[in-house]
Design a protein around this ligand. Sequence first.
Ligand code: HGA
Length: 609
Amino acid sequence: MCGIVGAIADRDVVPVLIDGLKRLEYRGYDSAGIALVDGSDVRRVRRTGRVSEMEAAAQAEGVRASLGIGHTRWATHGGVTEANAHPHISHGVALVHNGIIENHEQQRERLQQLGYAFESQTDTEVIAHLIHHYLKGGQDLLGALQCTVKELHGAYALAVISRKEPGRMVVARMGCPLLIGLGEGENFVASDVSAIVQYTRRVIFLEEGDTAEISREGVRVFGADDAPVQREEHLSDVSLASLELGPYRHFMQKEIHEQPRAIADTLEAIIDASAFEPALFGKDTDEVLAGVEGVQILACGTSFYAGSVARYWIEAISGLPCSVEIASEYRYRKAVANPKQLIVTISQSGETLDTMEALKYARSLGHDKTLSICNVPESAIPRASRLVFYTRAGAEIGVASTKAFTTQLVGLFALAATLAKLHGRLDADKEGEYIEALRHLPGSIQHALNLEPQIALWAERFAPRDHALFLGRGVHYPIALEGALKLKEISYIHAEAYPAGELKHGPLALVDAAMPVVVIAPNDSLLEKVKSNMQEVRARGGELFVFTDADSNFNESEGVHVIRTPRHVGVLSPIVHTIPVQLLAYHTALSRGTDVDKPRNLAKAVTVE
Ligand code: HGA
C-alpha cells in the first residue's frame, strides 16, 4: 500500500526521501513522487513506475532542499498516471496522503463551486484545496490542516508542506499509520519506521485524530480536540539487517529461511516459563479470559488461514466453540453478538483496515473481550485490543507473507493451550508434552527447509502449468489453502484448494493429465482417507505431488511424486507442512521469472478497504 516519508533538516533531504521511499517499496505501489520547499517555491517530481525512475528524474532536474515529503502510491481512486501520483499541490501547498476520503465527491463539488480547478481523479486532491481554502481564510498551516481534517470522512495519514512556511511540516492521522522520527536538529515523518530507521530509532506513534507540527528543532502534537498532548517516545527495535537482502535473491526466500529463528524468538517466553502462562497475552488475561464461552476469529488473507488452523486447535484442545470469519464480511453483516465470546483479530502489520474495522464493529456490538495477534508493536489493532500476543518474526518485507504466518500459528497454538488450561482441560503432562513439541519446532522447520533442492525440482514441472489443485484434510486443509494462495500470489498460476473429501463433489471434474494436484498428507489419523482421495485423482490421470512425513507408509509410483518432511510432529504438523508449500510457490515463481517480492496488483499492509 501507499507509503509516506518526510524530512526537515539542515542537510539536503532529497536523498533521505528517495532512500525512505526505496525502503517502502516492499509495500507495493504503482507511482512515486516528492515535493520540496525550495526558497519560496514548491518543486515536485513524480513518475509512474519505480522509485528509481523518479529518482533519475529528480537527479536530472537537480532538485535540492532541506524540507520535503515523498510518497509511493498504490492507486485506489483514479488510474495509474503521473497526474494522479502524489504529492498533490494547491497554490503552493503540497501534500501526500495514505488512505481513502469517502466524501471526496461532495468536497470536490463544493471546491469547484469555490473556483478550484482539479488536475487529478484522486480523492486526495480535495485535501490540498481544502487546506488552501482555510489558509486563504486566515488560518496558518497547522490551523488549516486541523480545520480540513474535520471535514474529511474516511481514512488518512497526511504530510503537508507549504511554500510560505519553509520552517515546518504538518501532519495528521486517522485510520492509517503515521509516526514521527526524532533526530538531532532534524526530524522525520513516515508511515512505517523502516523508511527512517537509518536516521533515527526514536519515534512517536501518532494516535487516531492527532495532528502535529514538525520543525528542525522540535515536534508539537495535538489531540483530536486540537489541544496539545504528550505522546510517549519509543525506541524502535527494527534492525537495519532485517531490511537488507543479505545473501538471498529475494526477501521472500530470506524470510522463509528466517522461520526457525522467528519461531524460536516468538516462543521464547513460553519456553522460558516452561508453561502456558496467561501473562503471555498481557496484564488482564485472567479477567478477560475468565468466563469465555467461545472464540470468534476475524482476519484477512493469510492471517485468515492462520485463524482457520486455530479453529481446529481451539475446539480440539480447549473444547470451546470457535468460528473464523473474513473480516471484510463480518464488518458488514448483522452479526449476533455474544459478549462472552473472545474476539481474536490477526494481522501481520496490525494496521489491516478491514480487520481493524471488524474489531471496532465487534466492540460496538458489545464485545469487550478482545485479543490480537500482531507482528508490529504499537500498531493500531493491538492498541485497540485488551490482550495481545506479539509474534517476533521481525520485519516482513516480501508481499507474500511467510514467517508472519508460521509465527501467528505459534501464537494461536499458545492461545488454544492457555484457554484449555484456564478451563481445566490441560493437565500437567499434556502441557509438558506441548512445551516439549514447541521446543523442537525450530529444528523441525529447519529440516523441512532442507528439502528446498527437491522442491525446486518439482517447481520446474509446475512452472509451465496454468492451474493447480491443493488438497488437505482437517487441520491441514487451511495449509492447502495457504499453499494455493502463495502459488497464485507470486507465480500467477491459478490455484484452488479443497478439503480432500470435497473432491468428488465437484472439483474432480477438473482433473486430467494437465492438472497437477498437490496433497498435504501427513501421517495422522486422516492419512488413509487422504490416500483414497489420491486414488480418485490417479484414476482420472491426474499427477500427484504429495507432501508427507518421513514415517508414513507410502511410496512413489507412476504419476505420484512424494517429498517427505521430518517425522510426524503431532499437533504442530500444520506449521511444519507450511514450509514445503511456501518453497514450492517461491521456486515456481522463480522459474516463471515473476517479481517475487512485489507481485503485480498486490501490496503489503493493506491499509485501505
Ligand atoms: N486514495 C489515494 C491514496 C491511496 C492509498 O492510500 N493506497 O494505499 C489515491 O488513490 O491516490
